[in-house]
Design a protein around this ligand. Structure first.
Ligand SMILES: C[S@@+](CC[C@H](N)C(=O)[O-])C[C@H]1O[C@@H](n2cnc3c(N)ncnc32)[C@H](O)[C@@H]1O
Length: 217
């Protein structure tokens, strides 16, 4: 087997036995991530701006991944339910949240985050009402410009890429979530059924957030 999920002194890590890259380990306490968390205003953080709600909004992160987007949202004060389909990724995030909760100043943030294992396009058990849905399936790595960096690259090698957007979008709408955000590479094009277009887009350096309003009856 190429990949191994292993316990280390620094927590759970995913090792690529054939690759040269360092093991994948999620760390919400790193210096660089702390730095990012210190500038959590809509002006500095496109995701906060795309959510466009006061702290305390309820957000469903339909593609938890490494949990960084969810952690940013929870740091701002939003309540985040994050769903991850891969058991391995789920365990890595769970372990990272546990370690983050050992840092006193991060306890309130972690307490606003709930991690669930499952397929967010299928689960009918989510009865909770959400203000916003966040969708960030793996970028397609065919184009050089869409290549992710660092741990996300390792995650992509492990999971593969190219998830369809439509099932997430439909599931968010079916749940009556009034606002949906889709994260895409800056120049990516995609089509949703019925020619549905974002109401607006927020451009970041490597990606953009497409913002959709859903008609909720
Ligand atoms: C690009 S990553 C998300 C990165 C995340 N936004 C972050 O900040 O770390 C995409 C993740 O979505 C997960 N995923 C894909 N399809 C899913 C589904 N139907 N339900 C739940 N998770 C899914 C993948 O396993 C992968 O971990």
């Amino acid at each position: 087997m190429r990949y191994a999920l292993t316990s280390s002194e620094q927590g759970l890590i995913l090792v690529d036995r054939y690759g040269q890259k360092p093991p994948l380990r999620i760390d919400y306490t790193s210096k660089s991530f702390n730095q990012r968390r210190r500038h959590l205003t809509p002006k500095h953080e496109q995701l906060i701006k795309a959510v466009n709600q006061k702290p305390g909004a309820t957000v469903l992160d339909m593609t938890a991944g490494l949990g960084f987007d969810a952690f940013i949202l929870a740091s701002y004060g939003h309540q985040v339910v994050m769903i991850e389909r891969s058991k391995v990724v789920y365990l890595l995030v769970k372990d990272a949240l546990k370690r983050a909760a050992l840092v006193e100043e991060l306890i309130p943030t972690v307490s606003r985050m709930q991690l669930l294992l499952g397929d967010s396009t299928q689960q009918a058990w989510q009865e909770q009402k959400f203000d916003v849905a966040v969708i960030d399936p793996m970028f397609d790595a065919k184009k050089k410009s869409a290549l992710p960096v660092g741990s996300m690259q390792m995650l992509q090698a492990f999971l593969g890429s190219g998830a369809e957007l439509q099932p997430f979008f439909d599931a968010a709408r079916a749940r009556g979530i009034p606002r949906t955000l889709i994260k895409r590479p800056r120049v990516a094009q995609y089509q949703l059924a019925g020619g549905q277009r974002p109401v607006y887009q927020l451009m970041g350096r490597s990606h953009r957030w497409d913002v959709f309003f859903n008609q909720v009856s």
